[in-house]
Ligand binder design. Structure first.
Ligand code: 13P
Length: 252
């Protein structure tokens, strides 16, 4: 049985003091042992947020990381810095990083390997544009992103990775994928993982859906067979996030 995971991706939101205020508001609402909860926060918020979630089950993730150990990479954050600060997860290959910062599959693969070396759990994002969906190339695009990201990663290490399917057209648009669309691609991702690593690993790996997840659609999405939770953007910045984590209590 795969445990559900709901991760918030704060993106470039919340100053350190705003971050502490948000965590204080959310923390008492997030006592749910059935779901793993992760806050992926801006680098400057990591230390205050790690302190603010103490004595809770909430884990902290970074939104990005560089693929080198240390050195002359002005502005970048290393995996050792994240680990030392108390981070367990790291989002890699988000479409905003692929599109605005031109991150390639090759760079994302290097980051995946480096994160794993430091025992960070990558949350690898993949997803197609509206154009790609309309042109019927969604599945082949997703397959390429997954295969390239997992190159030279061993089966044991792959088990510590999480994949998030985030159709670009559903991110921040309020236009959520239908449960059928989300399930179809998450199922396909599991098949691709199965082809690379075998069925046992594919059955254990957690695959999330992201893109306009809210309190009204979380129950339907997370009830699909291959959707093991969500990567939540906008709604993770509000008390609504707790309703998404506690989706089973929702009346929808
Ligand atoms: P929204 O939930 O705001 O659509 O963002 C999704 C996302 O990009 C999470 O990584």
């Amino acid at each position: 049985m795969r445990k559900k995971l709901v991760a918030g991706n704060w993106k470039m939101n919340k100053t350190p003091s705003e971050a502490i205020a948000l965590v204080s508001e959310l923390k008492p609402l997030l006592n749910n042992d059935e779901v793993d909860v992760v806050f992926c926060v801006p680098a400057i918020d990591i230390i205050p947020v790690v302190n603010a979630v103490k004595e809770s089950n909430i884990k902290i993730g970074a939104e990005n990381m560089y693929c080198e150990e240390k050195g002359a990479y002005t502005g970048e954050i290393s995996p050792a810095m994240l680990v030392d600060a108390g981070v367990d997860y790291v989002i890699l290959g988000h479409s905003e990083r692929r599109n605005y910062f031109k991150e390639s599959d090759d760079l994302i693969n290097k980051k995946m390997k480096k994160a794993i070396e430091h025992d960070l759990k990558p949350i690898l994002c993949c997803g197609e544009s509206l154009d790609q969906r309309e042109n019927g190339v969604t599945l082949e695009w997703i397959k390429k992103q997954i295969v390239e990201a997992f190159k030279h990663i061993s089966p044991e290490d792959a088990l510590n990775c999480i994949v998030a399917y985030e159709p670009i057209w559903a991110i921040g648009t309020g236009r959520v994928a239908t449960t059928e669309q989300a399930q179809e691609v998450c199922h396909y991702i599991r098949q691709v993982i199965g082809n690379v690593y075998g069925k046992t690993i594919a059955e254990q790996m957690r695959i999330l859906y992201g893109g306009s997840v809210n309190e009204g659609n979380a129950l339907a999405l997370f009830s699909e067979e291959d959707i093991d939770g969500g990567l939540v953007g906008g709604a993770s910045l509000k008390p609504e996030f707790a309703k998404i984590v506690n989706y089973k209590n929702s009346s929808n």
